[in-house]
Ligand binder design. Structure first.
Ligand code: ZN
Length: 76
């Protein structure tokens, strides 16, 4: 048997999509490079939320709310 018969050509052709690969980001799920504007990963099909707020923004907002509540409780 030749090695070609074992080669799965179909799985390779899936990766050769006509997309802009100049700017790529790594999929948070499978760590494969995908176009930065992609909404869904080409490889694992998971949604890629590229416009997600960084964790520090969320934690700063939470911290500000806690500080506000603490001040309100102390001075009222
Ligand atoms: Zn993926």
């Amino acid at each position: 048997m030749s090695p070609e018969s074992f080669f799965d050509f179909q799985s390779v052709s899936e990766e050769a999509e006509e997309l802009d690969f100049k700017k790529t980001v790594l999929c948070p799920h499978c760590k494969k490079p995908i176009p930065h504007e992609a909404i869904r990963c080409l490889y694992c099909g998971e949604e890629v939320v590229s416009v997600k707020k960084p964790a520090w923004v969320v934690w700063t907002a939470v911290l500000l709310v806690i500080i506000f509540v603490v001040f309100f409780v102390i001075f009222m």
